[in-house]
Design a protein. Structure first.
Length: 249
């Protein structure tokens, strides 16, 4: 049986005010993501875990299933755990609401990663540019030889000593140094365990929820994708996405 996709959709955003309702070519960003998931992965059940009546109305008017969640939940994974107590899926895929270019291949890769013994899975894309390496909005991911995550950070990791910290051709495209993509998969048991844990020190200072899992000894499997995404964190990202849409259509 396929996993169920649950998209955490929080209206508040500190970097880009109410970004999920920001319109791109006359359509709210949340609907670009919703329609993309439906078109790319129609075999999966799809729900949205939302925290506002406005978001609920927009999604339901377009025919999508919605579960209301507490606006005070500390992370998207906590929001999904709360929603899944209503939905009851045994395996869950988390697609971020601000990822309107997600692909069906990425969703299916996450589903396949949830094999026996895997608590949680995510994806990374090889890092290619120094500007992305230094951008704190671009989360970096390093993984071990066994494919498990070692650490996630907004800082430029790993530090490249031979180049005094400049990201160069020696490491470009290496599978051990990745841009993290906001896509996850988890078992129901892991979701419940995660939601029972308090946000950890590293999670709170980096503002990265996956660090709560690492801080508590859980492993995170990392799949490699070469399909880069545009995550809408700023108005500049929204402009970049609109340009991509115009080129595609």
């Amino acid at each position: 049986m396929s996993a169920t996709i649950i998209v955490p959709a929080r209206l508040g955003s500190t970097r880009f005010h109410q970004k999920l309702l920001h319109e791109v070519r006359g359509k709210p960003l949340i609907l670009w993501t919703a329609e993309r998931i439906r078109d790319e992965a129609p075999e999966y059940s799809l729900y949205f875990a939302v925290d506002s009546d406005r978001m609920k109305s927009v999604l339901e008017a377009a025919g999508f299933s919605v579960v209301m969640t507490d606006p005070e939940l500390p992370s998207g994974t906590d929001r999904i755990a709360a929603a899944n107590r209503t939905i009851g899926a045994t395996r869950v895929i988390n697609v971020q609401a601000d990822e309107p270019m997600v692909t069906g291949a990425q969703i299916r890769m996450l589903d396949a990663l949830l094999s026996d013994g895997i608590d949680m899975a995510t994806l990374g894309c090889p890092l290619n540019h120094d500007k992305d390496y230094r951008n704190p909005n671009n989360v970096k991911l390093v993984r071990a030889a066994n494919g498990k995550a070692l650490y996630f950070s907004r800082a430029p990791i790993p530090y490249i000593r031979d180049t005094q910290g400049v990201y160069d051709e020696a490491v470009t495209g290496h599978d051990g140094v990745l841009t993290h993509l906001g896509l996850y998969a988890y078992t129901r048991a892991f979701l419940e365990a995660f939601a029972s844990l308090k946000p950890g020190f590293l999670e709170q200072i980096e503002k990265l929820e996956m660090l709560r899992a690492l801080e508590n000894g859980y492993s995170i499997a990392v799949g490699i994708t070469h399909d880069a995404l545009i995550e809408i964190d700023t108005e500049e990202n929204a402009i970049e996405f609109e340009q991509a849409v115009m080129e595609r259509f």
